[in-house]
Design a protein around this ligand. Structure first.
Ligand SMILES: O=P(O)(O)O[C@@H]1[C@@H](OP(=O)(O)O)[C@H](OP(=O)(O)O)[C@H](O)[C@H](OP(=O)(O)O)[C@H]1OP(=O)(O)O
Ligand SMILES: Nc1ncnc2c1ncn2[C@@H]1O[C@H](COP(=O)(O)OP(=O)(O)OP(=O)(O)O)[C@@H](O)[C@H]1O
Length: 502
């Protein structure tokens, strides 16, 4: 019944359904990041149970759905799920919701601002990956269900033609470099494992399990891995709520078995990670070149117009370039059209990348192994004087930027912006550990890996957090971070002089 209702419901009906609930009683705080707070509905027998309510902390935020659409087209709907947007939620409702759960919120996620509880009025409902597909609206058994979440950041090495092959950016993945940069003063939480290893299938040393056990050391300190247990909130009610576990090695019985299950599920879906890595590889030219394109567009006579075609850009969205209402509508149409074009172009580029990938090697894994990251062999790079000629690189970049048409520069920036979305997304898995007991017992004696294929009801896997980033971050954050990383990494980790002086 709930499923039927769902299919035919308009955004306004969803809103009515939300407003019929009691913000103090009917919702449960699930989790949050920098930009969004997420709640699940505690009521069963409502279509809301199939979704999470995601409230944006940016007050004037307008969700752009094209990264979501691109992901659906490229990865498949089964990994992305439905979204209902925009749903306008009265400020009072979301304020009560957030205040009710104030104690559950981590301090570092709360804003400094007194008015932080005033969230953006446009909220969205997203497919709830904390439930099994067949179990929507059916209470789950506490103690046996778990939701694990992993951020597969930076699954690629730079391939920019402007960077020498011996450059650190082509040898050591950005994940490792970023770790050293962000956690340089608190070494205990550095994760010394490379996410690229998630892409290897056959090499026993590089299974997801190894990657996960490294990530586990950072649980609670970093947000690359989250684990939630489905617990019973009240023994008289057959409903479960989710409880994030920070120290699960000590809290959970059989955590080793759970790790095994999660790692086996990831192993079954390595192709999802390969596809995500290609989305991330849309960063074909690296931040230095993208920053140069962005700066160059600013200097052009009609620069603002070109910049407004960056479909993830808020600084220059078309609406800010026109005055009258009619023109505003035209501009919005143009903006939407530029998003569609950007999506098509990104999709075509993905097909080219995939073809390159597959044609160079029939085996995706062997092609990746040629491209392996050197982060675990930092010792061998230490004290090697690598003559990266920064001046030559900058000259080449400037020449290329000036010889390209503005529309080509817009395409480069657009694709970079998409790659940033997928470099920051998360893969979320919910499983019923009961269903895996037989599988784990018999794993050693026979080849039962097909169990995961034949019984998909025992787990689900999806991709979340596909919000676009504002293009201003190119100049306000990413270029500076990269420069700092290079200097820090080279001096502190490799122990040689900063190559940026060479
Ligand atoms: O800068 P990074 O690579 O550390 O990524 C930020 C993430 O840090 P992480 O390293 O994953 O812990 C950061 O994640 P956390 O808040 O640390 O969980 C955000 O995802 C941030 O994006 P936004 O500001 O929410 O749009 C992310 O910022 P963007 O770089 O994607 O803009
Ligand atoms: N569709 C979903 N189903 C289940 N849980 C979800 C869903 N979307 C988000 N969550 C939970 O809420 C948390 C915060 O959501 P999300 O990552 O989208 O926030 P964010 O502010 O955009 O994060 P970041 O700081 O990484 O940008 C997630 O880490 C996840 O635990």
């Amino acid at each position: 019944m709930a499923e039927l209702l769902k299919a035919s419901m308009a955004t306004e009906d969803w809103k009515k359904l939300i407003l019929k609930t009691d913000p103090k009683e009917d919702w449960h705080y699930l989790s949050e990041g920098n930009a969004n707070i997420v709640f699940t509905c505690r009521k069963s027998n409502t279509p809301l149970a199939g979704f999470v309510l995601r409230l944006s902390k940016q007050r004037d935020f307008k969700q752009q759905l094209w990264p979501h659409d691109l992901a659906t087209k490229w990865l498949g709907k089964e990994y992305i799920g439905d979204i209902v947007y925009p749903i306008s939620i009265p400020k009072e409702f979301s304020k009560t919701l957030v205040e009710t759960w104030d104690k559950s919120r981590p301090t570092h996620r709360k804003g400094q601002d007194e008015c932080e509880t005033e969230l953006c009025e446009e909220a969205c409902l997203m497919y709830n990956w904390c439930q099994l597909p067949m179990a929507a609206n059916v209470p789950t058994k506490p103690g046996k269900m778990f939701t694990w979440e992993i951020k597969p950041k930076n699954l690629f090495l730079s391939s920019s033609p402007f960077i020498d092959d011996s450059h650190i950016r082509k040898l050591v993945c950005e994940f490792s470099r970023l770790q050293w940069h962000k956690h340089k003063n608190k070494d205990e939480s550095i994760c010394k494992h490379c996410p690229l290893n998630l892409l290897f299938k056959h090499n026993q040393d590089k299974t997801p399990k190894l990657f996960l056990s490294e990530l586990l050391k950072c649980v609670g300190k970093q947000s690359y891995l989250k684990v939630f247990a489905h617990v019973s909130a009240d023994s008289s009610i057959p409903l479960t709520t989710l409880c994030e576990i920070k120290d699960f090695e000590h809290t959970l019985e059989n955590w080793n078995v759970l790790l095994e299950i999660f790692s086996d599920i990831l192993q079954q879906h390595l192709n999802l990670f390969v596809k995500l890595s290609l989305l991330q590889k849309l960063d074909c030219y690296d931040i230095e070149y993208v920053h140069a394109c962005y700066r160059h567009l600013h200097t052009l006579q009609h620069g603002a117009l070109y910049l407004s075609q960056i479909s993830l850009c808020s600084e220059y969205s078309s609406s800010s370039l026109v005055q009258s209402d009619n023109k505003q509508d035209d501009a919005n149409d143009e903006y939407k059209q530029s998003q569609t074009i950007a999506l098509e172009k990104a999709y075509k580029q993905l097909q080219v990348l995939e073809h390159k990938h597959l044609s160079s090697n029939s085996q995706i894994n062997s092609s990746l192994s040629n491209n392996a990251c050197h982060c675990s062999k930092v010792e061998s790079l230490r004290n090697k004087t690598v003559a990266w000629n920064t001046n030559v690189r900058h000259t080449l970049i400037q020449q290329s930027v000036q010889s390209n048409q503005p529309s080509e520069l817009v395409d480069v920036i657009n694709q970079y912006m998409v790659s940033r979305v997928f470099r920051d997304c998360s893969v979320i898995v919910t499983f019923d550990s009961n269903s895996f007991v037989f599988y784990l017992h018999s794993k050693c004696s026979s080849n039962t890996s097909s169990f995961l294929d034949t019984d998909p009801k025992s787990y689900c896997i999806g991709v979340i957090d596909l919000d676009p980033k504002p293009a201003q971050r190119i100049k306000d954050k990413w270029i500076d971070v990269e420069t700092e990383i290079l200097d820090h990494y080279v001096i502190k980790v490799l122990g040689s002089d900063s190559p940026s002086n060479k």
